[in-house]
Design a protein around this ligand. Structure first.
Ligand code: 0A1
Ligand code: ZN
Length: 874
């Protein structure tokens, strides 16, 4: 597992896939949980896989080096050391019968497990995380997703400390032992791969609910959490019921077990996990209450609860053949949860948020050393491939299929896919094949989206013939080289479009299908030269360029029937202006705010007929991260200074409008979390940000009032973050202290307190994070705390992370070296900002690379960190 310079971990290739030699019909597990050590007895019904052509293949069981093997037997005969061999990854038994019972007793140490993979302890409770390859830290097993088995699990533990004992499926038996322990046996009738196994034991409170499926079956719903958080589970429960209903209505998918459980845990590497019937969630993705949770976090809870629920069909009933197919379940499930959220809230706003994430973070991933296709060809450590590319770009690929086929045909495709492959472990090819079969379309070229990495570029030009009324759009597509892929072939992409007349009405609209490197489309007999609205709804994950004039963009901003493109037109205006201001800043020229922008913004701010959420999105300046992604060479300081200049200039130029918008949106009504109220809060807090950017004390007073009087976390936290980040030093300290006093017992709220400080762009942030790390509420073993401090500083505080002396880089490298052994997954994720060194000026590159080299030379590296560092330096 750990590697040294001389024996480096080797990649695994998709092309080397082989079917498993042995299958497991039944898995029986017995866990004896204990503070010091846990005993796991596994009884497996094994038989040769008839589909495996390798005769006399050995039985290979994965087993992490931390497993202590106590006893191994086949059909009751204990094996001696000569009967099997073991290395860091595998236990191999060379001679086994055709079908047999294997029994394996192992001892494990959950209390020492800081990697949070396998069985571990989170704040006094036992829990598991088995995706992707965590089950091999629990017992010896063919830990691969194409081995699916029925599980029966008995959990034994002390009655008083662990009154709640959970596992997958339905509870079938329970009772007491005579030594103060009790047990519960669970049986999951649906065959599943080991990565979906889960176990929880602890002293937990529960919120119960119920749901009756479309066919009339009653399902018990349970959400477990620490008793102090019992009042924060209603939103998750409501979201779950909505998700269950939505999946019935939109996909015809019903839940299949009698019970559905969610457990909230504090120590978790990711957001949540879809274990069959027993989801385990990071507290940050399940707990919600108006007093402690922002609007954004409410939406995240809704989305993640739905995401994990939807996995029951897209992931669990139909699962992945191997981990290269990860996007089969993740891309599809992200698409499903995005559509669900769009239906529950504002479709346009959801799309704007998702595309913003894709265009900043996923495009940056595509342009970095870890760029990979939606279906990667190789990996060293699979944990490194739970990426924006697999999740978000994967969802865009599914969305494109939806656009190409249309909603009805797409639904027939998913019906066929679920029916054909229920209970199977399949590949992305099978998913696309179902779509091809229902539509009669040839999707061979489309599949390049799965195999070619990189963000395609689409250059568009047009021509107009006054005499015939012929309008022509010409497209040219290309895709930059990515690691291991120099040449790319053209993609099959849907380009949703509309053609707008001067009066704003639509002359034509539809979806163009681009398949060639260069391709033109003509529109005949148009009454006038149109303004093209291209890539509506962001119909393909590409960078599209057309030489829009400001007038054309303003026209789209005013008239486009596609809300997304209206927003995007505004973004294009802002981006173009900021790019020219960045050039001015670098050239030492004075920065000026054009009157035209002020006029446009004024009319948007004054237009009370517009959705306030939309106005807020339109008037939020493009993020530093997005501008960085668009730059040839990233000038961190120039980007930051230009954005600050614009904030201040727009604040001053539109002062009465910001103030009016603020007042208009601050109604004296009690808090509600509905979409309209969220929309008002977002415009109100955006306005407050601009007001504070003036630096005038009156607005500080307003912000402090909002902070003090808020009946919800969105308003209170926005006020805090805005005061701190606007550079009101003293007031900021005062509010931070008050906030801490008020919320010190709420871990998730305090995470926000940490991250507001860590992302503070003003000088001194490095000293601040070093101080925060010593705070009694900081805990370096808790991933949420690391994200709130380390990731917030390195990922959301560009000016400070990129300090000219390289101190930010050294700070991150210190953390990586410390976390490498403690929690490799988190270490490797935190590393991302350092991997982007090629995007910065020469002198910066050297400083960043030095730290990467320092990590590489720091001793034994986990596969996770080794893969990212070595690929970054290659
Ligand atoms: N399948 C989960 C994501 C997940 C992946 C790995 C984990 O542990 C390392 C945890 C969760 C999802 O998509 O929600
Ligand atoms: Zn998922």
């Amino acid at each position: 597992m750990m590697s040294q310079q001389n024996q480096q971990p080797q990649p695994i290739y998709l092309k080397d896939y082989q079917v498993p030699a042995y299958l497991i019909a039944r898995t029986e597990l017995r866990f004896e949980l204990d503070e010091e050590e846990t005993l796991v007895r596994a009884t497996l019904q094994v038989r040769r896989n008839p589909a495996c052509t390798r005769s006399r293949a050995a039985l290979e069981l994965h087993g992490h080096e931390s497993l202590e093997l106590c006893r191994l037997s086949i059909n009751g005969e204990i094996l001696s050391e000569r009967d099997f061999s073991r290395d860091e990854e595998l236990l191999t038994v060379s001679a086994v019968p055709e079908a047999f019972t294997l029994e394996c007793l192992t001892r494990i140490h959950p209390e020492q497990n800081t990697a949070l993979e396998g069985l571990y302890k989170s704040d006094g409770m036992f829990c598991t995380q088995c995706e992707a390859e965590g089950f091999r830290r629990i017992t010896f097993y063919p830990d691969r997703p194409d081995v699916m088995s029925v599980f029966r699990t008995t959990v034994v533990a002390d009655r008083t400390r662990y009154p709640v004992l959970l596992s997958n499926g339905n509870p079938v038996e329970s009772g007491y032992e005579n030594d103060g322990r009790h047990f519960v046996t669970w049986e999951d009738p649906f065959p599943k791969p080991a990565y979906l196994f889960a176990l929880v034991a602890g002293d937990l409170a529960v919120l119960e609910g119920s749901y009756t499926t479309a066919s009339g079956r009653a399902v018990k719903l349970q959400i477990y959490a620490d008793s102090k958080d019992l009042d924060k589970l209603d939103h998750a429960m409501l979201s779950l019921k909505r998700a269950m209903q939505w999946d019935e209505q939109v996909y015809g998918r019903e839940y299949d077990l009698d019970i559905y459980m969610i457990v909230a845990v504090d120590f978790f590497n990711m957001g949540a996990m879809e274990n069959k019937g027993l989801n385990i969630f990071n507290t940050s993705c399940v707990l919600a209450s108006p007093q402690t949770t922002t609007d954004a976090a409410f939406q995240r809870v809704e989305g993640v609860v739905a995401h994990e629920y939807f996995h029951n069909w897209s992931g669990n009933r139909v699962t992945c053949r191997d981990w290269f197919q990860l996007s089969l379940k993740e891309g599809f499930t992200v698409f499903r949860d995005a559509e669900f959220s769009a239906d529950m809230n504002s479709r346009t706003v959801k799309r704007i948020e998702d595309v913003s994430l894709l265009r900043t973070a996923q495009f940056a991933e595509d342009a970095g050393p870890m760029a990979h296709p939606v279906r990667p060809e190789s990996f060293i450590e699979i944990s490194n491939f739970y990426t924006l590319t697999v999740y978000e770009k994967g969802a865009e690929v599914v969305r494109m299929l939806h656009s190409l086929l249309g909603a009805e045909e797409f639904r027939r495709g998913t019906d066929l896919y679920f029916e054909r492959h229920d209970g199977q472990a399949v590949t992305t090819d099978e998913f696309v094949q179902a779509m091809a079969d229902v539509s009669g379309r040839d999707l061979t070229q489309f599949k390049r989206w799965y195999s070619q990495a990189g963000t395609p570029r689409v250059e568009v030009s047009d021509s107009w013939d006054e005499v015939t009324g012929r309008y022509q759009l010409s497209f040219r597509q290309s895709c930059p080289a990515t690691p291991g892929q120099q040449e790319k072939l053209p993609f099959h992409m849907p380009i949703a479009y509309g053609l707008l007349a001067a009066g704003g009405e639509e002359l034509a609209a539809g979806v163009l299908e681009l398949t060639e490197a260069e391709q033109s489309f003509s529109f005949e007999a148009l009454p006038e030269r149109p303004v093209p609205s291209l890539l509506r709804g962001f119909s393909a994950p590409v960078k599209l360029n057309y030489g829009y004039s400001d007038e054309q963009l303003l026209h789209l901003l005013r008239h486009d029937s596609d809300g997304f493109n209206r927003w995007d037109a505004g973004q294009r205006i802002s981006v173009a202006l900021m790019q020219s201001l960045i050039a001015d800043y670098r050239g030492g020229r004075e920065l000026l705010l054009p009157d035209s922008l002020v006029d446009t913004w004024r009319s948007l701010l004054n237009d009370v007929s517009l959705d306030p959420a939309m106005v807020a999105h339109l008037l939020r300046l493009p993020s530093e991260a997005y501008l960085a992604e668009l730059a040839d060479v990233i000038d961190v300081e120039a980007i930051h200074e230009v954005r600050e200049f614009l904030l201040k200039a727009l604040a001053k130029a539109l002062l009465p409008e910001w103030s009016a918008a603020y007042s208009r949106c601050s109604r004296e009504e009690p808090y509600t979390p509905d979409a309209a109220a969220c929309a008002r809060r977002s415009l109100k807090n955006l306005s407050l940000g601009y007001l504070l950017a003036t630096g005038e004390e009156v607005w500080l007073t307003l912000a402090e009032e909002q902070f003090n009087n808020a009946d919800n976390m969105t308003d209170q936290q926005s006020a805090l973050a805005l005061v701190v980040h606007s550079g009101f030093r003293q007031a900021g300290e005062r509010l931070l202290a008050e906030f801490q006093a008020q919320w010190q017992h709420e871990a998730l709220v305090m995470n926000q307190w940490f991250s507001i400080q860590a992302s503070d762009p003003w000088p001194g942030a490095l000293e601040r994070v070093q101080w925060l790390q010593e705070h009694p509420l900081f805990d370096a073993r808790n991933p949420n705390k690391l994200r709130a401090v380390v990731a917030a500083f390195c990922g959301q505080n560009a000016v400070n992370f990129h300090a000219a002396d390289g101190s930010g880089y050294a700070y991150l490298a210190d953390w990586i070296i410390q976390l490498n052994k403690q929690n490799p997954q988190i270490a490797s994720r935190l590393l991302t900002p350092l991997t982007r060194w090629k995007r910065y000026p020469d002198q910066v590159q050297g400083l960043m690379k030095n730290q990467l080299t320092r990590i590489l030379d720091s001793g034994e590296l986990s596969r996770d960190v080794y893969e990212v560092v070595s690929k970054s330096l290659a």
